[in-house]
Design a protein around this ligand. Structure first.
Ligand code: NAG
Length: 229
């Protein structure tokens, strides 16, 4: 409990615009994903809407889907390049990749549902009712199932969980132009799923066309972290 209070105090200090959401048991911003009924951990894990939405999502042009409907999101480590996330108002791969297209160094995205607490968990509200967030994480390194290992954690007694996790990588020509700045000095293994072999694209053509997708992203800045990351 002391650790939690310390964390809350730390967040409040940095997220000055958003202290209303960072004190114990304060209401959290709206989640836009569907919520199972009953609203339980068990129901979240087996909720068929997540599976249906994830499996039927259209892969944006100039991207390749690298994994589908996992119950874990990509995990940031010292050997990959995490570029932060946005919350979306709908589970729309194109809205997510449109943000990637305008983010320097982004080569892929991870779109998923997250079981999240409606109140900031604390001693007085250890297991609040769940909401479902739709998160679009941006990556400057391969988005492959091998890294999709973050299958949730506890906040007090609240169990955060992931569902419908899909990975999308820019096709090699598009990835080439994006990686040149972010990847120098690194040697990553590109994913080989889906019929594309990014590993063959080690010598990049500077003329490779980058996507010019301009679809308006239904972007929601994650207010719970002060609106920036
Ligand atoms: C995710 O799915 C795997 C494979 O089915 C399973 O072993 C694991 O327990 C699941 N994780 C959660 C948090 O449900």
């Amino acid at each position: 409990m002391f650790a939690l209070l310390a964390t809350v105090a730390g967040l409040a200090a940095f997220a000055t615009a958003d202290t209303a959401t960072t004190s114990a048991c304060s209401a959290q911003p709206t989640g836009y994903g569907p919520v199972p009924s009953p609203n339980t951990e068990a129901a979240f894990k087996t909720y068929t809407q997540f599976t249906t939405i994830s499996n039927n999502a259209i892969t944006p042009s100039l991207y390749q889907r690298t994994f589908t409907n996992l119950n874990a999101s990509s995990f940031a480590t010292s050997s990959n390049v995490y570029l932060g996330y946005y919350e979306l108002a709908s589970y729309d791969p194109a809205s997510c990749t449109a943000i990637c297209d305008t983010t320097s160094g982004c080569v892929g995205t991870n779109l998923y549902f997250e079981r999240s607490p409606s109140l900031l968990p604390a001693a007085a509200c250890p297991n609040p009712a769940a909401i479902t967030l739709i998160k679009c994480a941006l990556w400057g390194s391969p988005v492959a199932s091998v890294d999709a290992t973050n299958d949730g954690q506890y906040q007090a007694s609240f169990h955060a969980l992931i569902a419908g996790s899909n990975g999308y990588m820019k096709l090699p020509a598009q990835a080439c132009s994006a990686i040149s700045s972010a990847w120098s000095g690194h040697s990553y293994a590109w994913p080989t799923q889906g019929g594309y072999n990014w590993q063959g694209w080690t010598s990049m053509s500077s003329s490779a066309a980058k996507s010019t997708t301009t679809a308006a992203a239904q972007r929601v800045v994650p207010a719970r972290y002060g609106g920036t990351w």
